[in-house]
Every structure is written in C-alpha cells, then in structure tokens.
Design a binder for this molecule. Structure first.
Ligand SMILES: Cc1cc2nc3c(=O)[nH]c(=O)nc-3n(C[C@H](O)[C@H](O)[C@H](O)COP(=O)(O)OP(=O)(O)OC[C@H]3O[C@@H](n4cnc5c(N)ncnc54)[C@H](O)[C@@H]3O)c2cc1C
Length: 428
C-alpha cells in the first residue's frame, strides 16, 4: 500500500459512503488527487467507531472508547500530515508500558527494545515477573506460526507470561482472546511495534479527545476544499447496470451515479453486504466495553502516568485525562452481557484500589458497550476479509475489516481509505 498521492488519470466524482476514519482518509486522498468528492454519512456526526461527544451525566466531552496509537501506525501520521494536524497526538515520553497485577499485587514496566526476538522480556531490570527462558521459545513459535494457528497454539497458556503479556497484547491489538486470535497477525504487529523499540512502540494519545485530534481537522480540511459532507443520510440500496453502479438509494430518494464516477463504500461489513449480497465479509465481531468515571481531583494513576495496564482484573487499561478515569475492556463478550451498573461497580472497586482509594463510593460514570467494536480476528474470520476492488466497476471497499493485512485499527482503516481512493482515482 502506498502512503502518498499518485496522479489521477480518470475524471468523475468520487462518492465516499461512511465518514469513519476509512471514509475520511479516502475523501482526503481523493481530494488530494484532484477529484471532486462528496461524503455521505448515516449518523449525525463523523468518526464512526472513533468519536467524541458531550456526555450529560459527566458534563464532559468523552470518547466512545480510549484509542491508543503507536509509533508504527504510519498511516495515521500520514493522514494527520495531510490534514495539517501533525501535532494532534501527544507522544508518551518515556515510551513505557506500566502494568499492575491486581491479583498478585505486583507491578512492572515494559520497555521494549530492538531485536528479532523480545529478549527484553527477560531483562533483569524490567522483566515481567515469572518470565523464563522458555518464553523466548514461545515467541519463536509465534514468529513462525502458520496461517491457521491461534496465539494459544504457540505460547504456553499455563506460563505466567500468558496472562501478563500474551493475553493483554492479544486483547489490546486484536480485540480477540489469545485462545482464538490469529498468531500470524499478532506477530506482524509485534514485529513492527515492540521489536522496533521506542520508534514503533511509543504510544500516542489524543489529549483533547479523538474527534478533536482525528475527525474535526479532517472535516475542516475537506470543507475548505469544497467537499460536501451530508449527515443523516443512510444508503439503503445500490443499483448497478452493465457491471457498473448506476444509482444509490436513500430513504429520501435516489442519487444518480454517472459512468465516469466512482464509489467508495467505507461502511461496516454487515452494511456493505446488505448493499452487495454476494460479497464475502467477516461475520463475527467482538465487543469492547468502556467506562468513564468523573473523579475527585487528586485521584490519579500511580506515578501520575496517563495510562496503565491491569492484569488479574476485569479492567484491562486505565486512562487518565483531566478528572476523567476511563477503563477499556476488550474482547469483552462475557462482561458486555452484564448490566451497565454491575460492570461499573465491579470495575470501580478495582480502580479505587489502583488509585489508592479503596472503598471510595462510585463516582458519576458512563458505561459504553460497543457490541461490534471490531471483527473477530481469528484465523477463520481473517480469511473472509475482501480486497478493495469489487466485481462492480468503479466500486471500491474501505474499512478496518477489509484485507489490509493489518489488525482492525485506526491505522488499518486509514490505509484502506488511502488505497481505495488511489484505486478510484486511477480508474483501476
Ligand atoms: C471502543 C473501541 C476502542 C478501540 N480502540 C482502538 C485503539 O486503541 N486503537 C486503534 O487503532 N483502533 C481502535 N479501535 C478500532 C477503530 O476505532 C476502528 O478500527 C476504526 O475507527 C474503524 O474505522 P472505519 O472507518 O473502518 O469504520 P467505522 O468507524 O465503523 O465507520 C463506518 C461509518 O459508516 C457509517 N455508515 C454505516 N452504514 C452506512 C450506510 N448504509 N450509509 C451511510 N453511512 C453508513 C457509520 O455511521 C460510520 O460512521 C477501537 C474501536 C472501538 C469501538
């Protein structure tokens, strides 16, 4: 996948359906390639699964879920550069991952280093408690895993490192449990992030929220270039003739598509399949639960760090922004089945311990269950990801669920949007 615009060779309007990050990236790149672009979005705001909003209970602007971007996510940085928002994300310095195991009352810091295998797992000064030489053998198995292998096929589920390293990594990167997540996909990310040291693994945070960092600057950029963005317009049907799209159907009417025009569908897999019934798409998703608590000022994470990983608890990652403590629980099928109040109470008890205030009454909070946060990144589901091109001429797909070779992340979504725009612009 290329990351810079190439020359457009065919005229015609590019219609981008969906204003998540894949759609926004497609619109930005198609505009840069000199094509007239319009964006059509079903919701009343852009950003899709990566958005901010004002919450009335907390009286704060919160994100639907905490998002972590890593130094290796070059698609994200290219996008930010293109929309003039290169300083929108704050790098974490030092690039450390701090962990607490609540069940064993232990803490450690992960400081990745450069190499072909994660030798730093065993580093005497910052090793993960319980790590052993045999863990490097597991890492080697992961590095050489077949397409069908799960993470648990490669690493020892009984070893202390399973719950303290492999499982948190699988859930955070793949939103899929290590017992079913793809070993190959996880290793690809480890290779490009943790094994490149600080360069690839440094976390970047959206200090003012996801929309302020990634979405609003993209909308401003597009509007300044004359791109129309229509909200509240759901595409319900697609009419084709002689192998090319002819019209898009909305509840308000029909949008004609000229023969020289192209369309980029940047919508979730189930929506894409509803428009293109013979399209093969991943069918399983996994939820992410996010909890936001507005806490008394002074309640901070240990060491005042902006985020921390938790093990031996329901909570997996805790982020601190201003007076909001936000918790992420990925691959959360079991937790998401519980009531919001039950989840909030369980997780608050853990958080109160972490912040050194056990027994503190539960503060104002908001629980957000994203039931279809990402596709399930199992070997079987990954095989169902379609390429950007479709059987209909001039119609392309984008989205984190398409065959990017990357996990279903912001970076994958943006790179897929760039690629679809380049294909649309070249008439390929
Ligand atoms: C809670 C949570 C935490 C996450 N954490 C991380 C993280 O830490 N790091 C990371 O990189 N990624 C993370 N992700 C994943 C990331 O958010 C997604 O990969 C990315 O936002 C997907 O973008 P997209 O454009 O492909 O899809 P979407 O964001 O789903 O965008 C699709 C858009 O299409 C619109 N649409 C749907 N149907 C139609 C229709 N028929 N007509 C018109 N419009 C339509 C939708 O309203 C939506 O705006 C997380 C996701 C969630 C939910």
């Amino acid at each position: 996948m290329t990351s810079s615009p190439t020359t457009a060779t065919s005229p015609g309007t590019v219609t981008v359906i969906g204003a998540g990050l894949a759609g926004l990236a497609a619109a930005v790149r198609a505009t840069a390639l000199g094509r007239p672009v319009r964006v059509i979005e079903a919701a009343n705001q852009a950003g899709g699964r990566c958005r901010s909003f004002h919450d009335t209970v907390l009286d704060r602007v919160i994100d639907n879920g905490n998002h972590l971007i890593l130094g290796a996510n070059t698609g994200v940085f290219d996008f930010l550069h293109e929309i003039g928002a290169q300083n929108a994300l704050t790098p974490l310095d030092p690039p450390d991952f701090n962990f607490i195991d609540l069940s064993a009352d232990m803490s450690w810091t992960l400081r990745p280093g450069v190499g072909r295998l994660p030798w730093w797992l065993l580093h005497p000064h910052n090793r993960i408690p319980g790590s052993r030489l045999a863990d490097l053998r597991d890492a080697y198995r992961l590095a050489t895993a077949s397409e069908d292998a799960t993470i648990a096929d490669c690493v020892d589920p009984a070893a202390p490192l399973f719950e303290r390293f492999w499982q948190p990594l699988a859930r955070a990167i793949l939103n899929t449990d290590a017992t079913e997540g793809s070993a190959q996909l996880l290793w690809r990310v480890i290779r490009e992030t943790l094994l490149t040291g600080a360069a690839g693994s440094r976390p970047y945070l959206a200090a003012k929220g996801l929309s302020a960092a990634l979405v609003d600057p993209a909308l401003d950029h597009l509007r300044q270039r004359g791109v129309s963005v229509s909200f509240g317009t759901r595409i319900r049907g697609l009419e084709a003739e002689h192998g090319r799209a002819k019209a898009l159907v909305t509840s308000g009417g029909t949008i004609e598509i000229a023969p020289e025009d192209t369309i980029i569908l940047a919508i979730p897999p189930s929506e894409a399949q509803a428009l293109l019934p013979d399209l093969t798409v991943p069918t399983e998703t996994r939820p992410i639960v996010n909890l936001h608590y507005r806490v008394e000022s002074g309640l901070r994470l240990p060491g005042g760090v902006p985020f921390i990983g938790l093990v031996g608890s329901e909570a997996q990652w805790v982020f601190n922004r201003g007076d909001i403590l936000s918790v992420t629980v990925s691959a959360a099928s079991a937790l998401a089945a519980q009531s919001a109040e039950a989840i909030a109470a369980t997780v608050w008890a853990e958080l109160a311990r972490v912040t050194g205030a056990p027994g503190t009454p539960i503060p104002p909070h908001r629980v957000i269950k994203e039931q279809r946060a990402t596709i399930a990144q199992t070997p079987a589901q990954l095989r169902l990801r379609p390429p950007a091109g479709t059987r209909i001429g001039g119609l392309f797909l984008a989205g984190d669920w398409t065959d990017t070779g990357l996990p279903a992340t912001i970076d994958g979504a943006i790179r897929s949007g760039f690629q679809a725009a380049e294909m649309a612009a070249s008439g390929n």
